[in-house]
Design a protein. Sequence first.
Length: 149
Amino acid sequence: MDAAPSQDATIDTSVPDGGADAGVSCVGPPDRDFEPNDSTAAAVQLPPQHYVVDFVGICSQDDADIYWAMLTGGQRLTLRLDFAHIAGDLTLAVLDNASSQLRFSDGSSTTDNFESIDITNIPGGKYYFKVKGKDPGVRNTYTLTLDVQ
Ligand SMILES: [Ca+2]
Ligand SMILES: [Ca+2]
Ligand SMILES: [Ca+2]
């Protein structure tokens, strides 16, 4: 995948993580290839469309995974973070271009293994999507699904 516009060409979630062992994703691609992405300055660009980031994880003390996308005004942004809550509680946030937090989701439980954020009629601009452990010691794998309509 070496298509044009700059950075997003490096994202290839079809890369296998090396096996069914969920822990493998923390040391293998693509999570390894995305790191470091712990700050907004180092965030990984995602295309503003339906897009799934899989085989990734919160893998070390204080790891945060930050992605970004450029959205057009009036669009609807939907994010869903799926993970096994019992294996490690994760949170999801949407930040604006100034890194101010617009939305935060931490409603997961042992029966609701996900976080979700839905923003309609969003102003155009750059937005960051932040996945983090609820506590500094949390380690877990997750799937982040982005939808822009
Ligand atoms: Ca990570
Ligand atoms: Ca990270
Ligand atoms: Ca949570």
